[in-house]
Design a protein around this ligand. Structure first.
Ligand code: AKG
Length: 374
């Protein structure tokens, strides 16, 4: 399915992205759900899939974590199943992420899908991330409040909520409507009818994660082992004081690593191309030989598809896939691999005749990152 989003991206970026929530009525016209509630419930029974069941009764909230074995005990009201990264596991659902690639692959995180019976929802909460919530089948009442400092509390150890808030958006959403919510705006949705909702979530690392990951990169690549030195040491009045100039030298030692463009690019690409959710990797068995890959692409004109959820990103003239840097000089072909969902002999161009590129692509296919149609 090719989902076409009715949105003026430029005006959205100018007025709403990271600024104000927006209800996009009929963002997708004639919306067709890519998944059924039964299929979603089936996914929540799988070990590898991250899922939750949230229910409430007379103000008491319960949260259970998948994999679930049965749903028979659930009543007809006040519960939701939420399944994370469905785009990794369910090919038709991954199509819903495509229209949002305009906002860049590295900022996108995953597609969370929820199924709620009437009254079902996770309660009033706020997120640190941008999210587009698409209404699938059913109708759901959504409210969004103003971004003001709000205390969060846990009505259940695994559930973070905020107190009731005044709404700036208060709408009954219908299939194809989309609600965009920037970070920090409280929101809540309660199903009026059994409902499917699709949350396209974005990723925004915090400075602490970046520094911690950068430090890990230095350690695993044995970088920055040079030591502080002070051949110009002079007397000081107070032996307990670290002088201003010494503080500057220490800070510069640290900054010189972050400011090294090669070190920074390599770390960034490896870090940001890692998926936060498990991938549905199924390496081919037996693995392909290089000549088979050459033959499939060149003679048989087969199409190669990127694994759903795989993060393949370009940083300058380097390419990163699932936390690893691709060693290649075939920049255009590597760019096509990252940019397009599918490639073939035409999009890969002359690189197909480069033995090093074929070796690289064979390794990627044998890792399960790219695959041919069965
Ligand atoms: C979110 O994605 O932030 C939501 O609030 C969606 C929760 C739901 O679908 O119940």
């Amino acid at each position: 399915m090719d989902y076409k989003l009715n949105l003026d991206w430029q005006s959205f970026l100018d007025s709403h992205w990271q600024k104000r929530p927006l209800l996009i009525k009929q963002g997708f016209t004639n919306f067709i759900d890519p998944i059924s509630p039964d299929e979603l419930a089936g996914l929540a029974m799988e070990d590898e899939v991250d899922s939750r069941l949230v229910s409430h009764k007379e103000g008491l909230w319960q949260v259970g974590h998948g994999p679930f074995e049965s749903y028979e005990h659930l009543g007809e009201e006040n519960w939701s199943i939420l399944v994370q990264a469905v785009d990794h596991w369910h090919h038709p659902s991954s199509a819903l992420m495509k229209p949002f690639r305009v906002l860049s692959d590295w900022r996108m995180d995953d597609l969370m899908i929820s199924y709620s019976v009437p009254g079902g929802g996770v309660g009033p909460h706020l997120d640190q991330y941008d999210v587009f919530i698409i209404q699938g089948e059913g109708r759901r009442h959504w409210r969004v409040g103003e971004k003001i400092p709000m205390k969060q509390h846990c009505p259940h150890p695994d559930l973070l909520q905020v107190h009731p808030f005044d709404a700036i958006i208060d709408e009954e959403m219908e299939p194809g409507d989309i609600l965009y919510i920037p970070p920090g705006f409280p929101h809540e949705g309660y199903a009026i009818e059994p409902s499917l909702n699709y949350s396209v979530g974005f990723r925004a690392p915090n400075a602490r994660e970046l520094i911690s990951s950068f430090a890990d990169h230095l350690i695993s690549n044995d970088l920055g082992s040079y030591r502080y030195s002070d051949p110009d040491l002079s007397f000081r009045d107070n032996p307990a004081e670290i002088l201003q100039g010494e503080q500057i030298k220490l800070r510069e030692m640290m900054e010189s690593l972050i400011n090294d463009p090669d070190v920074f690019r390599k770390w960034l690409g490896e870090y940001i191309s890692q998926s936060r959710h498990e991938l549905d990797i199924a390496p081919p068995e037996p693995p392909y030989e290089q000549n088979e890959i050459y033959d499939l692409l060149k003679s048989q004109q087969e199409t190669l598809h990127k694994l759903n959820g795989l993060r393949a990103l370009r940083v300058g003239d380097q390419f990163f896939v699932n936390g690893e840097c691709l060693e290649t000089k075939c920049y255009e072909a590597a760019d096509s691999l990252c940019r397009f969902d599918s490639v073939n002999s035409e999009t890969l161009g002359e690189a197909i005749d480069d033995v090093n590129f074929i070796a690289l692509i064979t390794a990627l296919i044998n890792n399960g990152y790219w695959y041919f149609d069965d």
